[in-house]
Design a protein around this ligand. Sequence first.
Ligand SMILES: Nc1ncnc2c1ncn2[C@@H]1O[C@H](COP(=O)(O)OP(=O)(O)OP(=O)(O)O)[C@@H](O)[C@H]1O
Ligand SMILES: [Mg+2]
Length: 281
Amino acid sequence: MAGEIAVKIENLSFTYSGGEKPALNKINLEIKRGEYLGIMGLNGAGKTTLGLSINGIVPQSTMGFYEGNVTVEGLDTATTPVREMARTVGIVFDNPEFQMSQVSAAEEVALGLENLGVPNEEMPPRVGAALGTVGLAGFEERSPMGLSGGQQQRLAIASVLAMQPKILFMDEPTSNLDPIGKEEVFELARKLNREEGMTVIVAEHEAEVLAAYADRIVVLHQGEIVMIGTPSEVFSRGAELAKIGLRVPQATELALSLAAAGAKDLPVTTDEAITWLEARA
Ligand SMILES: Nc1ncnc2c1ncn2[C@@H]1O[C@H](COP(=O)(O)OP(=O)(O)OP(=O)(O)O)[C@@H](O)[C@H]1O
Ligand SMILES: [Mg+2]
């Protein structure tokens, strides 16, 4: 077992069949247990491919050329069956509606458990517990289609939590949600991370959200890691980010534009910006 390390990626490269360039190119990354890691990058940077390589869909269910090693909670993702990997890594995608296939919320959550071969008598308590965790207690018989976007996405999260994974990967989980739905989902992820110690990995293009929640941010560009660090470290390199088409949080932008060159301890969240500005008023 890897001790404090949840995910260890060594020299990972992957090129999809028919792809001209590698979707991932010589990625090296260690993700600690209990860490909240943000992954930032433009469309096509490789965020989704990185997520799929953490749960084994890449390379096991995806045609392409794969090199390197990925170990997740001691499991080799290239050889551990994807079904087995699903017990360790839960993935939530961007469009909650698209993920819903069942008549009721309870059936939606039970589906993944059936696939894992969980005995029938264990279903109701596990379904109930997962719905409770995401704040949907009592929603068992509700139709997923009748829920708000934020509730649907929380239901999608409940479906993976029922499998009791150690790692939650969310792939732009709020890109189709309104601001209230976004906050519901990110608050839930924060709760799972802080209170349950779950390792959370979020691919996200909104700098503000990563600044507010992530312990560390990885910046992907054309399949390569070009930056890695705390939100302050990454967002203080605003000019470099701009060069690859990424922006910093508005609070940082403000500070960058106000500060003389060489200013230190730039704020990245709105709260930090207030303190930062007050100190200079
Ligand atoms: N199924 C596929 N077949 C061929 N090429 C693919 C496939 N999926 C992704 N790619 C290519 O791999 C590269 C990385 O794509 P990926 O979807 O991982 O990026 P992403 O950062 O998730 O982008 P987005 O923000 O648009 O979701 C891109 O060049 C993309 O065109
Ligand atoms: Mg993607």
